[in-house]
Design a protein. Structure first.
Length: 435
């Protein structure tokens, strides 16, 4: 079978992939006995175990839970998506191969699935070769079945698995410690076990730990019982060397204005989301800022924090590092909000598409359908109307209101043009305040 080859990518900038999934291999369980006690091995078998005889991941005595582990080289007539996803294997190709597998005459052979098998998802040397092809300098590997592990009820079994995974991941990175890094799994089922694992992996040189913001058992990492974990992160230096950004992609109506969920309006409850920057060196004491921020700023901010030169050249946002260093500063005097629902409402529904600007005490929004029908406008002064109960452009707006309306609409239009976010399916209104 002819084999396609690729030349390594050439570029003049560094690339770090911090979302480099690995497919947890049977080797994790096969090697566990080398460093786990007999009791820990028994807990591991009862909690989460790869059964070589049936080629299944067994979680709490049940098969078919989680994603599982790959068989080296693949299985004829199958497409294992999580390990058939290397350079060039796109979704349309995966779909075409799945169709072939429906017919025994055209199903993939062992040689073909072996060729497609992305060995780099569980072996470091093939991963390094693929990184060269893709132009990736460094990666931080993370497990793919991470949504299963926090729900393991047996704390001893969870501790055993986290150690088994972390030992395997550490061994994976030893193939090239300058390019391969791992994020450690912590058994948050028991804070003492989690803290113990932090100290252990820190001695291996690990600088990152994986902690979910919440799990199915109602645990949150900010609960007081997890104080030993944060103390361990601080004492090992992981906290000092890390800048944590806590943010969200939307707010929640919470029955304000009689609404719930997150969409179709520009009320503060929906669009005023938190951005919390945490680092004990930067902020030994809590501080606040009233400066504007939007998610377009996230990429240049992270790059700037990482020391990348000319960070703002990689996107259309602004770095807010000056604000992070001095909360009294600002980098912009307004922010833009966009919303498009392409799934749940008709394309012509006015509430399905929004462009808005938030500046000073003002929130101004344009609601529209993709055909330009149903144009609606909202203007609120948050200083005099913090609950956004009075739309100032509804009915017969005053002359002063029309002046603010026109100014804000011009500002919004210019920003939409600059960010290539101006709707192009109809003629965008230029002076609605004069209509």
């Amino acid at each position: 079978m002819p084999i396609q080859t690729f030349e390594p990518m050439t570029k003049d900038f560094a690339t770090f992939d911090c979302d480099a999934h690995v497919t947890e291999p049977p080797l994790i369980w096969e090697r566990a006995g080398e460093f786990l006690t007999r009791d820990e091995m028994e807990a591991l078998r009862a909690t989460i175990w790869w059964d070589n005889d049936t080629q299944q991941l067994i979680v709490g005595g049940k098969a078919g839970v989680g994603i599982g582990s790959p068989r080296r080289g693949g299985i004829p007539g199958t497409m294992r998506v999580i390990s058939n996803a290397g350079p060039g294997v796109k979704h349309d190709i995966q779909r075409a191969l799945n169709v072939r597998n429906l017919d025994a005459k055209t199903a993939l052979t062992q040689a073909q699935v072996s060729y497609l098998d992305f060995a780099g998802s569980y072996e470091p040397e093939p991963r390094l070769r693929d990184m060269d092809v893709q132009g990736i300098d460094q990666v931080m590997i993370i497990p793919t079945d991470i949504d299963t592990y926090p729900w393991l009820p047996n704390a001893v079994g969870a501790r055993a698995f986290c150690r088994a995974y972390n030992e395997w991941a550490y061994g994976y990175t030893k193939a090239n410690p300058d390019r391969l890094f791992f994020a450690a799994l912590l058994p948050m089922q028991n804070p003492a076990y989690a803290a113990e694992e932090v100290y252990r992996v820190a001695k291996l040189g690990c600088r990152v730990a994986l902690i979910r913001p919440n799990d199915a058992m109602g645990n949150y990492p900010l609960q007081p019982k997890y104080e030993p974990v944060w103390k361990a992160l601080e004492e090992t230096g992981l906290m000092n060397d890390t800048i944590i950004l806590r943010l969200a992609d939307h707010g929640e109506g919470g029955l304000a204005h009689g609404m719930r969920e997150k969409a179709y309006t520009v009320y503060e409850e929906m669009i005023h989301i938190p951005l919390i920057v945490h680092n004990p060196k930067l902020y030994p004491e809590p501080m606040e800022t009233a400066a504007f921020y939007d998610h377009l700023n996230l990429l240049p901010t992270i790059l700037d924090l990482a020391g990348v030169a000319d960070a703002e050249s990689y996107g259309i946002g602004k770095s807010i590092v000056p604000i992070i260093r001095d909360p009294s500063k600002t980098v912009q005097d307004h922010t833009i909000f966009s919303f498009d629902d392409l799934f749940f409402v008709p394309a012509s529904a006015a509430g399905g598409h929004i462009r808005a600007v938030r500046e000073g005490d003002w929130t101004y929004a344009v609601y529209f359908g993709l055909d330009g029908a149903g144009l609606e406008y909202e203007l609120y002064n948050l200083k005099s109307d913090p609950g956004q109960m009075t739309n100032l452009v509804h009915g017969n707006p005053t002359r002063d209101t029309k002046r603010e309306w026109g100014r804000l609409h011009k500002m919004l239009t210019e920003r939409l043009v600059a960010s290539a976010n101006l709707p192009d399916s109809f003629g965008w209104p230029l002076q609605p305040a004069l209509a």
